[in-house]
Design a protein around this ligand. Structure first.
Ligand code: GLN
Length: 317
């Protein structure tokens, strides 16, 4: 077992960087371009508040699908588990994250889970507020509390691109309306979803989300923002579905809850131990950062972070 240190993290970054060559940067996301082909940054914050950061840790990229965790937490807080899971399922999905065919199964017209696009749009349709503006401001303010960063903002250019390139997400939302699953205003649910995807953050901000989940859901002043049972639900759903149709692979090889976004962002939460934020834009065909994925596998192995490992149970006679 290795010990977490600044030197170790530098080494881990260098070892993982070559995996970026196996991925492609998703076109059409403003702010991401070919100059980021070799980019890899990470921040780790332990539950004792020690901070380790390395590589391009402070380069912001849009949240994209990592935003789905915050939406789920807010909806659980607003409505509770029973109501949320009347709207969306909690089962892993074997198809791609923007699959339409998965919605057609007569047995289950709900989206499979809140981590795929259709599920996140349904969850967005639940979030309370009079107007989209209002709902988004609640979302942003919750995120700012979690990340301790009041400067976080939606990137207007990314938002315009999400709207312009949003045909598939519109199809998903209107399909959900046609089956009676999405009962509020479809365009408003989509608008909120596009905005959530467009907030830019660096690896420190992503790590703080992981830490929030790992450390009981407190803000810096010690206020509890969300009950433990909701945190458990969110981490379980991240574990089973957070890395899309590679979630099984990551459960085996990494063994702690993670959520990725097509910008190349990954949020990880090792309960009771640490939060981790990774930024590396090249992604594989399933939508997961290739160098980022390699890095979290390495960290899990070297630092023995796999939650399913008996070797992690310390102080047992
Ligand atoms: N903006 C992307 C979409 O809605 C986000 C998906 C993702 O990160 N996997 O398709």
């Amino acid at each position: 077992m290795k010990k977490l240190s600044h030197e170790y993290l530098e080494e881990a970054i260098e070892d993982s960087k070559p995996y970026a060559a196996n991925g492609e940067i998703k076109p059409g996301i403003p702010g991401l371009d070919e100059t980021m082909r070799d980019m890899l940054g990470v921040t780790i914050i332990t539950t004792d508040s020690e901070i380790y950061k390395s590589g391009e840790w402070d380069t912001p990229i849009p949240m994209q699908s990592t935003s789905k965790i915050i939406g789920l937490m807010l909806a659980l807080r607003d409505f509770g588990k029973e109501r949320v899971f009347q709207t969306v399922g909690m089962e892993p999905m074997g198809d791609f994250f923007n699959s339409i065919s998965s919605l057609e199964s007569p047995a289950n017209q709900k989206p499979f889970n809140p981590m795929v696009n259709a599920g996140a749009i349904s969850v967005a349709s639940l979030i309370k507020g009079q107007t989209v503006e209002n709902r988004f401001n609640r979302y942003l303010s919750f995120l700012r509390d979690i990340t301790e960063n009041n400067e976080l903002e939606m990137d207007q250019e990314v938002y315009e691109a999400e709207k312009k390139n949003g045909a598939r997400n519109r199809s998903l939302a209107y399909f959900l309306q046609s089956t009676g699953t999405l009962v509020t205003n479809v365009e408003e649910a989509l608008d909120l979803y596009f905005r959530m995807n467009s907030i830019s953050m660096n690896s420190m901000d992503f790590a703080r989300v992981g830490l929030f989940l790992a450390r009981g859901g407190y803000d810096p002043d010690g206020n509890k923002l969300i009950p433990d049972h909701h945190l458990r639900t969110v981490k379980a759903i991240m574990m089973t579905s957070g890395m899309y149709n590679a979630s099984g692979h990551y459960a085996v090889e990494v063994g702690f809850p993670c959520k990725s976004g097509v910008s190349g962002s990954i949020i990880c939460s090792v309960p009771g131990v640490m939060g981790m934020g990774v930024v590396s834009p090249p992604i594989d065909s399933k939508g997961n950062s290739t160098a980022g994925g390699a890095l979290i596998k390495k960290l899990s192995q070297d630092l023995q972070l796999n939650m399913f490992g008996i070797e992690n149970i310390k102080d047992v006679d």
